[in-house]
Design a binder for this molecule. Structure first.
Ligand code: FAD
Length: 362
């Protein structure tokens, strides 16, 4: 994964085999799928949940099917996600359910709404069905007391996602943060968005649930902005993103009387900063409003050390048929191959630790 050439060839191979429906799922399943996914089904993922729970690390089961286009498939995804909510309600090791809007909605329609274009009657009905699906999941979460995380996606559909999530927050977050939106802090407008959202929740007597992430679509965002000639929505530098991420952690902790936060990061400094702020604000390590979260297959050193120290930690455990989760796997390979990316940092930490142990043996 740390080798750019291998990943580049692998990525083309994955895209090509998906396009041609080549029978290579066994190869994917025994390599990157095994590293980043729990299994093809919820039952298959149970082994992973048990394994993580031994170390007091919880699981967020993520039905990672993407890129679907038909109403039938969207209804199927919705039914699957409802099952994950029910499953979470009976499982002490599953603190949240999660979903992606594009698992249940046509991307082009989300984009059309985002662009403020008038919808035809048919399109309006289709949009209403999306809201109904999302409502059914959030309502189930409310009834079964399972918080629901809703992922953030590309900026050109994100206003639509935000509008639907805000509606759900109004409906279901009166006593407790059941519905969680996500902010991507690689976007330079998101600290302001977060501030406004929290102060509006406060004015309306609501609780506010938020997942903080840096963002997974940076290259795609920059490329599109350049190609279409609009201002790049992404921060100019990594340092700016880091600053915004940590600033958002601070805003959440300073508003913890109404905010619940899921801190989704593999960044050691940001995780450490949250620990410091919790100490400063005298918040318990097991405060149910604060969770640290990492993706399965990444940053075990952060997850396991934090859980060992007594903090609330969860891993996103994606599951689904091999081909359907391939777009997710491609994003993980891209993320892990960058020089400043996580696997470089992890590899250097592992090397350092191996050397330390070798030195001890001498
Ligand atoms: C629990 C969990 C849930 C997640 N949910 C979502 C989600 O809903 N939506 C989503 O988009 N992603 C999501 N992610 C993925 C997340 O966005 C990536 O893990 C993240 O991009 C990697 O950042 P990091 O905080 O782990 O750490 P780091 O490795 O410190 O940061 C890398 C990130 O910094 C940003 N960055 C890198 N270089 C630059 C630069 N030159 N200029 C500006 N910014 C830069 C990019 O976002 C890059 O991915 C989730 C991750 C986790 C752990």
């Amino acid at each position: 994964m740390n080798n750019r050439a291998v990943v580049l060839v692998g990525k083309y191979f994955l895209n090509f085999s998906m396009f041609l429906h080549l029978p290579v799922s066994f190869m994917i399943k025994s390599t990157i799928f095994k590293q980043f996914c729990g299994g093809e089904t919820m039952t298959e993922s149970e082994k992973k949940i048990v394994e993580l729970s031994k170390y007091n690390v919880k699981t967020i089961l993520d039905y990672s099917v993407e890129g679907k286009e038909s109403e039938k498939e969207f209804d199927k995804s919705c039914a699957f996600i409802l099952k994950t909510v029910e499953n979470a309600s009976t499982h002490k090791d599953i603190p949240y359910a999660v979903f992606k809007m594009t698992g249940m909605a046509r991307f082009a329609l989300l984009q059309k709404v985002n662009e403020g274009k008038t919808l035809s009657v048919e399109e309006q009905n289709e949009y209403d069905r999306i809201v109904d699906r999302v409502n059914s999941i959030c309502k189930k979460g409310f009834e079964l007391d399972v918080p629901i995380l809703i992922d953030a996606e590309e900026s050109w559909i994100q206003n639509t996602i935000d509008a639907i999530v805000e509606l759900m927050i109004e409906r279901f977050n009166k006593q407790k943060a059941i519905v969680f939106n996500t902010v991507q802090l690689y976007r330079h407008d998101r600290v302001a968005y977060l501030r406004t959202a929290i102060s509006e929740a406060r004015e309306n007597g609501l609780k506010y649930g938020i997942k903080l992430v840096r963002g997974a679509y940076m290259e795609k965002e920059r490329e599109r902005a350049e190609k279409m000639g609009y201002a790049d929505p992404i921060n100019k530098t990594k340092e700016d993103t880091d600053r915004d991420f940590n600033e958002s952690i601070r805003i959440c902790i300073e508003n913890i009387d109404i905010v619940s936060v899921c801190c989704g990061t593999h960044n050691e400094k940001s995780s450490h900063y949250l620990v410091e702020l919790m100490e400063e604000h005298r918040l318990s390590k097991t405060d149910p409003r604060i969770f640290f979260a990492q993706l399965l297959g990444m940053s075990d050193h952060i997850s396991f050390n934090l859980s060992h120290a007594g903090y609330n930690v969860a891993k996103y455990v994606p599951f689904g048929p091999v081909y359907d989760v391939t777009p997710y796997l491609i994003r993980r390979t891209e993320e892990n191959t960058s020089i400043a990316g996580q696997s470089s940092r992890e590899l250097s930490l592992i090397r350092k630790e191996l050397n330390r142990r070798k030195a001890l043996k001498k």
